[in-house]
Design a binder for this molecule. Structure first.
Ligand code: ARG
Ligand code: ZN
Length: 436
């Protein structure tokens, strides 16, 4: 058998997402988009390192038409099957060598049905003249070929060319905006490691609101709102600096160069923490959900789950922090809020975050029983130890990935076996524990 890269990484919910045999280091994605026709002409080049000897390797790409593939500038054979794009370089790659694979493709990107998100279409979406992407967990493969799993993070440059007058936004910093021949190219750059699911493209009639750096040397805050949006939208977003300051106090410095929110001109059934530029619908923005998506920048984006079955580590932590922020913002009694959450979990018989099926990936189990798990730990350890655990949890895996086992090891180190037992009951036992 010739050496090949595996077509999946064996994720507990998405075994065929991601690919074996290499590590992606950097993505350069150039999209020329016709927003009216919803078509793209694109070139994605990935710098990667082979981790095995490879005669073939796979990328994840769903839909679109692949025109050609090259490896280190030489034409490569390819074949497609479902979302697997198999590439055969002209000469095999040696383990340890660095290579660049370029994929030229075009067409009308598709939406995708993700079994983890039965309540929304995912991938590349086109609505009322706006294009936006929702990548979590699997949707990014509808617009660029990748190693589509959070365990393989990389840096990105995303260039988007659109008709003059249209705005295009993406992750990180806008490094240039150049207009020629009736088209404008927006170059975006993400210099910190990013999981594929957090890459995003937004195209439409948006207005950029710049708030400058949060403090000297801090992240810049910038938002995008639909041109002509009600002042209520900007007003709702004005809580963002307070949110970031609140989170920095508890978790440490904001992980990236920039933060902000893009608001769609139509209702969205969800919000999503796309790295440095979260997406929200106009009707649902408020302090809680803004804090939720911002908290994900630390917990979810900088520290990502190493398997999609670890989703409570994103949603439970973000929910706990957003409830804390909300309580501070509205001056309500936080313990009373968590007591209500506990009562509700018990009344509904909400099962354990580590026992969910894929259809409950974004259900109340991971959000609310996940948050209650952290509150129970806090009541057990006291505030000082709890916040030390939280901060160390973030610090240890910043820029990478983690899982429940690592978290339990940390809890054991800092709070001992009783605390581990308590957290395990919240995460694994069918019954909701009787007390917080
Ligand atoms: N991480 C998002 C949040 O909690 C999840 C929303 C569900 N939608 C999705 N496309 N994954 O804010
Ligand atoms: Zn969330």
């Amino acid at each position: 058998m010739p050496p090949t890269g595996a077509e999946g990484l064996g994720d507990g919910f998405y075994p065929f997402l991601g690919n074996g045999g290499y590590d992606a280091i950097h993505y350069e994605i150039d999209l020329d988009v016709d927003p009216a026709a919803n078509t793209v002409s694109a070139l994605t080049s990935i710098t990667a390192q082979a981790t095995d000897d490879l005669e073939t390797f796979n990328l994840d790409l769903q839909g679109l038409e692949v025109r050609s593939v090259a490896v280190d500038g030489a034409g490569a054979e390819f074949r497609r099957s479902g979302h697997e794009l198999t590439v055969r370089p002209a000469s095999p790659l040696a383990a340890g060598s660095q290579f660049e694979v370029s994929v030229s493709y075009s067409g009308s990107p598709e939406t995708l049905d993700d079994p983890g998100v039965p309540f929304s279409e995912m991938g590349w979406l086109h609505r009322d003249g706006v294009i936006y992407t929702l990548g979590e967990p699997s949707g990014s493969m509808t617009w660029f070929p990748s190693n589509n799993h959070p365990t393989d993070k990389a840096t990105y440059e995303i260039g988007i060319t659109v008709p003059e007058g249209v705005t295009a936004a993406s992750n990180g910093l806008l490094t240039s905006e150049t207009t020629a021949g009736g088209k404008t190219t927006f170059e975006w750059r993400m210099d910190d490691p990013m999981a594929t699911y957090l890459a995003a493209v937004y195209i439409g009639d948006f207005e950029r609101i710049d708030h400058g750096p949060l403090y000297d040397g801090g992240p810049i805050i910038r938002d995008y709102v639909p041109r002509g949006a009600s002042p209520d939208v900007a007003q709702a977003l004005s809580v963002t600096p307070d949110v970031i300051a609140f989170l920095e106090e508890r978790l440490g410095p904001y992980p990236f160069d920039a933060y902000g929110t893009i608001v769609m001109p139509f209702p969205l059934g969800l919000a999503l923490e796309n790295q440095t530029l979260s997406i929200h619908g106009p009707a649902t923005i408020g302090p809680g959900i803004i804090a939720h998506e911002a908290a994900h920048q630390w917990l979810g984006n900088s520290v990502s789950p190493d398997d999609w079955t670890e989703i409570w580590m994103n949603e439970g932590f973000a929910t706990y922090l957003h409830l804390m922020f909300e309580s501070e913002h509205f001056a309500t009694d936080f313990d009373a809020t968590m007591t209500q959450v506990h009562a509700w979990l018990s009344a509904e018989g909400i099962g354990p975050p580590k026992g969910i099926g894929i259809e409950d990936l974004f259900g109340p189990t991971v959000y609310y029983r996940g948050a209650a798990t952290l509150h129970a730990l806090r009541l057990h350890t006291g505030d000082e130890t709890f916040f030390e655990i939280l901060r160390t949890h973030y610090d240890r895996s910043a820029g990478g990935t983690t899982n429940t086992a690592e978290f339990l090891t940390l809890v054991d180190e800092m709070a001992g076996a009783d605390a581990v037992e308590l957290v395990e009951a919240w995460l694994y036992d069918e019954a909701v524990p009787d007390t917080l």
